[in-house]
Ligand binder design. Structure first.
Ligand code: ADP
Ligand code: MG
Length: 435
């Protein structure tokens, strides 16, 4: 197969608002909960993508919607090249075997009236492809695969510990021989001593059964061990993605930084404590803040962040290393902008008249203004994806990516080299059509 196993584009899932009696009496409509609001990501075959963020940010909704356990409000989901949202009933039945879920809570997710064997083989019974004795054989094998003993097959959930129940939940997911599994906080409800065992088991099973995982967690420390790539979610949106090591070593988004700095050294079960470093409460997903959704809690927020939703910036070497933050570029670099008219067919020259773009490099306080570029008249479509970085010669590189080409505007080196200069506007001295 070429391309990702799962591809999600601009996925939205809104829950319709429940109106209280008073709302109904006064005829008031209630905003829907924007649980997932424009999320895009891909999961390659055989990899583990971590989906991380505080409780309530929309992780489970994302996981359940990509499995079609919930209907998407909008967006596209492609699974193994097929449009998931337009599958026929037969295709959907096949998909349900191929994609499974393990839930967070091993206490409530297992039916207390069913034996371990019945729970594990339930999916096979529903799909009706094996007879009772074959199903029991499969359940016996799976019990061993997940580290339980075959003679526990006729026991009930209450006879197992938390970790053992989660092993049963995992065996249940594997019974139908899936290739993709959503693991929704599979270790959050378990004792610390048991968490590592379950994570190791999940890794072993991934190798043994060629599985692809979407691993949901509210805690970054769990993710580092098991994930290849990570997507960080905040209030229904993905704010940063990247390979796990790059993201841990060089987080670009202030929210990711806050999550990392709050990773407890000795694990605590209190979520409040884990996120103690972030001021304020998570705003309501019914009425998320304008601009960057994180600005109400962001220590780095600037005026632009309150007004404009930041685009996704490339922030690292890898293709998928992006962060949606105006400050997410190279260290201490950030820019401030006003929205430009969104007409993708406008030429640079026309868009430029509406562009009021300035970049400030701390601590040098260097301002680059687009006004100094007004004499430029370049064909091409402006895409609000502007990257700032400092090259080896300490020149500020200001990269704007139109759809068709990349234009590089380099500022005078002498200005960058200065320290703590008052804000001023350097002349744009070179313009190269690169790449
Ligand atoms: P997470 O898994 O990150 O904790 P969820 O996906 O469970 O987040 O929830 C995201 C948001 O959607 C929360 O504000 C939650 O209250 C809301 N939500 C979840 N399920 C429902 C539902 N069935 N009806 C209405 N709102 C819901
Ligand atoms: Mg959840």
């Amino acid at each position: 197969m070429s391309g990702p196993l799962l591809s999600v584009k601009d996925l939205k899932k809104y829950y319709a608002g429940d109106r209280s009696i008073i709302d109904r009496l006064v005829g008031e409509e209630v905003d829907s909960v924007k649980a997932v609001d424009g999320v895009s990501f891909e999961v390659a075959e055989g990899e583990t993508l971590g989906l991380v963020g505080e409780s309530g940010c929309g992780k489970s909704t994302t996981g359940e919607t990509v499995l079609r356990l919930r209907e998407a409000t909008d967006g596209q989901i492609t699974y193994d090249g097929q449009n998931l949202l337009e599958m026929s009933d037969t295709e959907l039945t096949t998909f349900r075997r191929r994609a499974q879920i393990v839930f967070q809570d091993p206490f409530s997710s297992l039916d207390p009236r069913m034996t371990a064997g019945a729970i594990i083989s339930e999916g096979l019974r529903v799909h009706g492809t094996e007879d009772a004795s074959q199903r029991r054989e499969t359940a016996l094998d799976l019990l061993e695969n997940v580290g339980l003993s075959p003679d526990q097959i006729d026991r009930y959930p209450h006879e197992f510990s938390g970790g053992q129940r989660q092993r049963i939940g995992i065996a249940r997911a594997l019974a139908v021989d899936p290739d993709f599994v959503v693991l929704d906080e599979p270790v959050s409800a378990l004792d610390v001593s048991v968490q590592a065992q379950i994570l190791n088991l999940l890794e072993d099973l991934q190798e043994q059964f060629d599985l692809t995982y979407l691993f949901i967690a509210h805690n970054l420390s769990v993710v580092r061990h098991i994930c290849d790539r990570v997507a960080v979610m905040y209030l229904g949106e993905i704010v940063e993605t990247g390979p796990v090591d790059e993201l841990f070593e060089d987080p670009a988004h202030p929210y990711t930084r806050a999550l990392l700095s709050s990773v407890p050294r000795v694990r605590s079960d209190s979520r409040e404590e884990e996120f103690a470093t972030l001021p304020g409460d998570v705003p309501s997903p019914r009425n998320p803040p304008a601009g960057c959704r994180f600005h109400t809690r962001c220590p780095k927020a600037r005026v632009a962040c309150r007004e404009t939703a930041p685009p996704a910036y490339d922030v690292g070497a890898s293709d998928d290393r992006v962060a949606t933050c105006f400050r997410a570029d190279a260290d201490h670099l950030y820019w401030d902008s006003e929205p430009i008219a969104e007409n993708p067919n406008r030429s640079w020259g026309r868009v430029n008249k509406k562009l009021n773009l300035s970049a400030i490099v701390a601590p040098q306080l260097l301002a680059v203004s687009a006004e100094s570029m007004t004499h430029l008249s370049l064909p091409g479509v402006i895409h609000l994806n502007c990257r700032l970085s400092v090259d080896r010669e300490r020149r500020l590189l200001f990269t704007i990516r139109p759809v068709h080409r990349t234009i590089r505007i380099t500022t005078a080196r002498s200005v960058i080299a200065g320290t703590r200069q008052p804000a001023r506007r350097p002349r744009v001295d070179t313009l190269t059509d690169a790449i």
